[in-house]
Design a binder for this molecule. Structure first.
Ligand SMILES: Cc1cc2nc3c(=O)[nH]c(=O)nc-3n(C[C@H](O)[C@H](O)[C@H](O)COP(=O)(O)OP(=O)(O)OC[C@H]3O[C@@H](n4cnc5c(N)ncnc54)[C@H](O)[C@@H]3O)c2cc1C
Length: 404
């Protein structure tokens, strides 16, 4: 298995402390994770969308899984995305982006506390019941916005309702495509609380325990090309009672919270998610092209192959500059909603075509499931749909361009 020699962090000028973290991440990928890739790729258990720790435990023996988790915790990378007040290093977006790029150069995701930023809205005993267990990895959450008839236009089309009853709310409706719904401990659910206002003050976010009577997750889930296991589910809410203390944030502000989660997790952080894969795919393609001989010469001497490598390189350089700049601007306090849409759009579309080049350069070997290329092609192609389609990202960017 080819070892990544990505030099991402040094091709962009980063402060010394961020660079140090990147170096640690790169070393862990090379020394700990790359040697495990053959086992990972040959296992049907590495289901896409599974949280990192459960996925690692599903594939490796307990000793290996514990060692990986220990490395993540001992190096501090486990808390990479956690603010200082909850025991993390309090890194900004630029640092997170640069470090995550290194971690995404392997298909084996190092376990990290992948806490949805909106959970930091937790108040009172929500902090102990929901936020802290997610930080520690003892509880898993799922995000439930999409419905059978509400995907790209959730604000306008959402049907799930929450009606006031006593000291709480009663939820009725159906969500669809909810990742990890059958493995999570609780869901962050959006429901309409004021049908007149809808996304402008009429949608609220609720924290709903999966064991809540009235909540039913359809099993098996929906099969997709992302994994051999069905990880997305239809979830029914039939008179699900949620007490006031399990409203996340303010009543009526749930749509804005959802957008905040999507802006960072499903848009800005799609940059490093794609970059790690694209850079590794380029490294692999260069190496393969130099040693694969046809008609008496390595294919690296053919212009047709060279141009594919150059096209990959252009996409990587452009995406990295864009992503790192947007992350730095987010750190400077700018509103980066439409910039994050741009990163999402480019990382998914350029990422897909970059992996397409890599597969082509590898010939039949590119289709082998012993390499991560087809897996990465599929997950990057998915990001043109999940978390907001390319069309919706273009719509968001157009709104900014047209001053709407
Ligand atoms: C694997 C997977 C995991 C997912 N995980 C989750 C999850 O955990 N939680 C969750 O809430 N959702 C999840 N989703 C749902 C996902 O976010 C939606 O599928 C996505 O937002 C698109 O919605 P849709 O499928 O309803 O497409 P539609 O809205 O039906 O769109 C269909 C097509 O029309 C285009 N289109 C729509 N409106 C316009 C317009 N105004 N102008 C131009 N083109 C338009 C779209 O871009 C798309 O190409 C997941 C989906 C998948 C496939």
């Amino acid at each position: 298995m080819h070892t990544p020699d990505t030099d991402a962090a040094t091709s962009y000028s980063l402060p010394a402390e961020i660079q140090e973290f990147c170096d640690v991440a790169r070393r862990i990928v090379r020394e700990e994770l790359v040697p495990l890739e053959p086992k990972w790729l040959s296992s049907p258990n590495h289901a896409y969308g599974m949280r990192e720790l459960p996925a690692i435990r599903a594939v490796f023996d307990a000793e290996t899984a514990n060692r990986i988790e220990k490395v993540a915790r001992d190096t501090g990378l486990f808390y990479l995305m956690v603010p200082e007040e909850y025991g993390g290093p309090g890194l900004g977006m630029l640092a997170q982006v640069a470090i995550l790029e290194q971690l995404y150069t392997t298909p084996i995701m190092l376990p990290i506390a992948n806490v949805p930023n909106i959970l930091y809205e937790c108040q009172g005993d929500q902090v102990e019941r929901y936020l802290k267990p997610v930080i520690e990895g003892t509880k898993v959450t799922a995000f439930a916005q999409t419905e059978p008839n509400a995907g790209s236009d959730p604000g306008g089309m959402m049907q799930t309702r929450a009606v006031r009853k006593g000291n709480g709310w009663v939820l009725n409706g159906t969500k669809m495509w909810i990742s990890n719904a059958n493995e999570c401990d609780f869901l962050m659910v959006q429901a309409v609380t004021d049908a007149e206002k809808r996304q402008r003050g009429g949608i609220t976010m609720f924290l709903v325990d999966r064991q809540n009577p009235g909540l039913r997750v359809e099993v098996p889930g929906i099969r997709t090309w992302l994994s051999t296991e069905a990880k997305q589910h239809v979830v029914h809410f039939d008179d699900v009672f949620v007490p006031d203390e399990d409203v996340l944030g303010e009543v009526g502000k749930g749509f804005t919270l959802g957008q905040r989660w999507l802006t960072i997790h499903d848009r800005l952080l799609r940059g490093p998610y794609a970059l790690g894969k694209m850079q590794r795919a380029l490294d692999m393609s260069v190496e393969w092209a130099k040693q694969r001989v046809t008609f008496g010469k390595p294919i690296s001497e053919r212009q047709a192959i060279q141009w594919r490598l150059v096209d990959m390189y252009i996409d990587i350089q452009a995406l990295r500059s864009m992503t790192y700049e947007m992350a730095a601007r987010a750190d400077a306090g700018e509103d980066v909603r439409s910039e994050a849409a741009l990163v999402k759009l480019c990382s998914s579309e350029w990422g897909t075509r970059c992996l397409d080049h890599a597969i082509q350069v590898h010939g039949a070997m590119g289709e082998s499931l012993d390499l991560p290329l087809t897996l990465w092609y599929r997950v990057l192609r998915h990001t043109q749909i999940g978390g907001g389609t390319s069309e919706i990202q273009r719509m968001l960017i157009a709104r900014k361009l047209l001053g709407k």
